[in-house]
Design a protein around this ligand. Structure first.
Ligand SMILES: [Zn+2]
Ligand SMILES: [Zn+2]
Length: 609
C-alpha cells in the first residue's frame, strides 16, 4: 500500500524547504554566441522562486484538496473493436471484458465468456481502434499545473512575434486588475525581434498588467503596469544570480532574466493566489487524458518546494480523484537529503509511485547550453556542465547503492560521454545500472560508440522527439550543421542495437501528445522545411507505439500492471478514431482520441467534451 514517505514535518518539525541552490557561478556561463545564459527548461528555478516570493505553500494547497468517495465501476464488455494489445503473444482482439478496474478477459467476439456479470454494460466501439493507454515517461507536473491557465503563444501557433502580440491584445479587458499572462514565447523560432520590451507590451495593454514567459522559463517580459505593481524602478537592485533588463538610460526595459528577477513581478499575479495547485495538478491529468495518456512520470520532483511535493502527491492519491497514474523521479540536486525522509525506490502503489532519482548533467542544445565535444556553430561555446565529472560519478554511484533507478539528463555529446563514464565506473564497482533500468534523458546527440556503450551497459534512453520536428531546422542551420544534427534522436540505430528506448514530450518543453511523438519519430519531418532529418533513423509505426506504451511502462517500472492489454493488468486504454498503423504517417497526429479509460473507468469521452 501507499507508504507514508511524504516527510512532512521531519524530526525537527522543519517543513520549510525552499530550494535556493540554483544560481550557477558566473564562470560556468558560456562566453559568447546566444542571448540567454540561463536556458534549460528542464531545471528552471522560476517556479520555486515564484512560490517563495508569493508565499505560496504547497502543503496548504494539498490540505485543501477536496476528496471524493472511492468509486466502484460497472463491469464493461467492449466489442466490435480493433484491439491492438502490444502483447506480442496475443497481438490482436476484438472484445474485452473489464471488471473491478482490470482486464478480466480479452479475445475474439466468438470466444466471449458464456456467463457475463449481471450488471455488465455493453459498449459497441464500431470498429474503432483500441490501444493500451499511452505512457508519458518524462514530463513536469507542478510546473504544468502552474502554467496551465496562461495563454500559449508558442511559435507553432503564432509564427511571428507580431502575431503573438496581436493575440495578447485580444485578451485585454476593461478590468485593469486582470493580468494577461502568456507562455511558450520563443523569439529564436518566432520571426521578429530577439526579445520583447515593456514598450511593445504597453501596446498590448496600457491598463492590464502583461507578463510573458519565454519558453525556456529563464526569461520573462512585462509591461509598464506590471513593473509599476512590482515597484521596480531605476533604483531597484538586481537580485542575486538574476538581472532586471535595462535600457541605455538605466530604466528597466521589461526584460527579466533568471528566476529571482522573474519572481519579483510574477508573484503579484492574482491568478497565482486564486489557484489551488493540487486542483491544478488534477486538471493536468485530465488534459493528458484527452491526449490518450493514462500514466505519466514527473522527472524532477522536489525542484519546486522540496518535500512538500510528496505531501501534495499523497493528497492527490488520497483524493480518489486521480484520472491517470503517476510516477516520479526525485531531483538529486536539492539542498537536503531525501534519504532522511525515509523514501526509497518503489514506494507507493499503482496510482503514485517513486521510481527514480534524477540528475541533470548539462543544459539544452536549442539553448546552446548542452555540453558539446565541439563548439556550437560560429561560436566558441561548448555549452554548460551542470555537474562536474567527479560529482556526477559519485552521485550515480551513491544513488545506485541506495537502490534507485538513476535517470540522467544529457543533451550534448560531451555530456553523454561523461554520463556513460559514470555508469561504466559504477559497473566496475559492482553496481549494475541495467538491473534498475537506468535511463539517459533526451540522450540527444549519439555517436556510434555511444550506442555501443549504452547497449553494453544495459542503459535505456528516452528521446525528446519533438527536438527533431520543432528545432531540427535550427539544429542543422544554426547550431550544429547537418553532419552532427543527423546524430539527433537515433531511434532506429538504438532499435537495431537491441536497446530499449522511449519517446517523451518533457512538457512544458513540448506539449504532451503521444500520437504527435509517434508521428515525429516515424516521419522525422522538420517544421518549416520539406526536408527529413536523418531518414535512416525513421522507425516503423508499431515500434513507435511500443515506445509510447509497453516500453515506457517498463522504463517507469510499471509493465507488470499497465502498458499492454492482457488479462490481469489494469484496464487503462485509449479508443482512437483511426488505426495509426493504417493512416498515412504524416496524419498520425491528426487521429482523434475518442475515449480514454483508466482503472476500468472512462475518464475522457470526446462525445461529451
Ligand atoms: Zn531534461
Ligand atoms: Zn525534463
Amino acid at each position: 500500500m501507499f507508504k507514508d514517505t511524504c516527510g512532512v514535518g521531519d524530526s525537527t518539525g522543519n517543513t520549510d524547504i525552499y530550494p535556493e541552490w540554483q544560481t550557477y557561478p558566473e564562470e560556468t556561463a558560456p562566453s559568447t554566441g546566444y542571448p540567454d545564459p540561463f536556458a534549460c527548461p528542464c531545471c528552471s528555478n522560476v517556479f520555486s522562486r515564484t512560490l517563495q516570493r508569493a508565499k505560496i505553500d504547497l502543503l496548504e494547497h494539498a490540505k485543501k484538496l477536496q476528496r471524493a468517495a472511492p468509486q466502484s465501476n460497472f463491469p464493461t464488455l467492449i466489442h466490435n473493436a480493433n484491439i491492438i494489445t502490444m502483447n506480442p503473444e496475443n497481438p490482436s482482439a476484438s472484445s474485452m471484458l473489464v471488471k473491478d478496474g482490470k482486464i478480466f478477459w480479452l479475445g475474439d467476439e466468438t470466444d466471449q465468456p458464456e456467463i457475463l456479470p449481471d450488471d455488465v454494460k455493453i459498449l459497441d466501439l464500431e470498429k474503432r481502434t483500441v490501444l493500451p493507454g499511452f505512457i508519458e515517461p518524462h514530463m513536469h507536473l507542478l510546473p504544468l499545473a502552474m502554467l496551465q491557465n496562461y495563454e500559449n503563444i508558442s511559435p507553432f501557433l503564432y509564427p511571428s512575434v507580431a502575431l503573438a502580440l496581436d493575440r495578447l491584445k485580444e485578451l485585454s479587458t476593461e478590468d485593469s486588475r486582470e493580468w494577461i499572462v502568456a507562455r511558450q514565447f520563443d523569439p529564436s523560432l518566432q520571426e521578429g525581434p530577439e526579445f520583447i520590451t515593456r514598450d511593445m507590451l504597453d501596446e498590448v495593454s496600457g491598463s492590464n498588467p502583461v507578463f510573458v514567459f519565454n519558453a525556456s522559463l529563464h526569461l520573462a517580459y512585462c509591461n509598464s503596469r506590471a513593473l509599476e505593481i512590482a515597484q521596480i524602478t531605476t533604483q531597484t537592485e538586481d537580485p542575486p544570480g538574476a538581472e532586471i533588463g535595462r535600457d541605455e538610460t538605466g530604466e528597466p526595459n521589461g526584460v527579466l532574466k533568471g528566476g529571482a528577477a522573474i519572481a519579483l513581478v510574477s508573484r503579484f499575479n492574482p491568478a497565482l493566489h486564486n489557484q489551488n495547485m493540487a486542483e491544478s495538478c488534477l486538471t493536468v491529468l485530465a488534459d493528458a487524458n484527452a491526449k490518450g495518456i493514462t500514466t505519466m512520470c514527473d522527472q524532477g520532483t522536489g525542484m519546486m518546494q522540496g518535500r512538500k511535493e510528496l505531501a501534495l502527491y499523497k493528497e492527490l492519491r488520497n483524493s480518489n480523484r486521480m484520472t491517470a497514474r503517476f510516477r516520479y523521479s526525485l531531483a538529486h540536486n536539492v539542498p537536503f537529503s531525501w534519504s532522511a525522509t525515509g523514501i526509497s525506490w518503489g514506494d507507493g502503489d499503482e496510482w503514485v509511485r517513486a521510481v527514480g532519482k534524477k540528475i541533470v548533467s548539462d543544459g539544452s542544445n536549442q539553448g546552446r547550453t548542452g555540453l558539446q565535444r565541439e563548439a556550437f556553430l560560429n561560436t566558441d561555446s561548448f555549452g554548460i556542465a551542470y555537474i562536474e565529472p567527479e560529482a556526477l560519478n559519485l552521485a550515480v554511484e551513491e544513488q545506485l547503492r541506495e537502490g534507485w533507478a538513476v535517470v540522467v539528463h544529457a543533451n550534448g555529446d560531451a555530456a553523454i560521454d561523461r554520463v556513460l563514464h559514470a555508469f561504466g565506473r559504477a559497473r566496475t564497482l559492482g553496481l549494475d545500472p541495467a538491473e534498475r533500468r537506468c535511463r539517459i534523458e533526451h540522450c540527444s546527440i549519439l555517436h556510434d560508440e555511444h550506442i555501443e556503450k549504452i547497449s553494453a551497459l544495459g542503459l535505456s534512453p528516452s528521446f525528446l522527439i519533438g527536438h527533431v520536428h520543432y528545432w531540427g531546422k535550427a539544429f542543422v542551420e544554426e547550431l550544429f550543421g547537418l553532419e552532427k544534427a543527423e546524430k539527433l534522436d537515433r531511434t532506429a540505430a538504438c532499435e537495431a542495437a537491441g536497446i530499449r528506448w522511449t519517446l517523451h514530450s518533457d512538457d512544458p518543453v513540448t506539449e504532451m501528445g503521444p500520437l504527435r511523438c509517434v508521428e515525429n519519430a516515424v516521419t522525422r519531418s522538420m517544421w518549416r522545411t520539406e526536408k527529413i532529418l536523418a531518414p535512416d533513423e525513421r522507425i516503423p509505426v508499431e515500434v513507435a507505439l511500443r515506445a509510447m506504451t509497453i516500453d515506457a511502462a517498463w522504463q517507469c517500472h510499471s509493465e507488470h500492471e499497465v502498458g499492454s492489454l492482457e488479462a490481469g493488468k489494469y484496464a487503462d486504454f485509449v479508443v482512437l478514431d483511426a488505426d495509426p498503423l493504417k493512416v498515412a504517417s504524416n496524419k498520425i497526429s491528426d487521429i482523434a482520441v475518442n475515449q480514454t479509460w483508466v482503472n476500468g473507468k472512462r475518464v475522457f469521452n470526446r462525445a461529451a467534451a
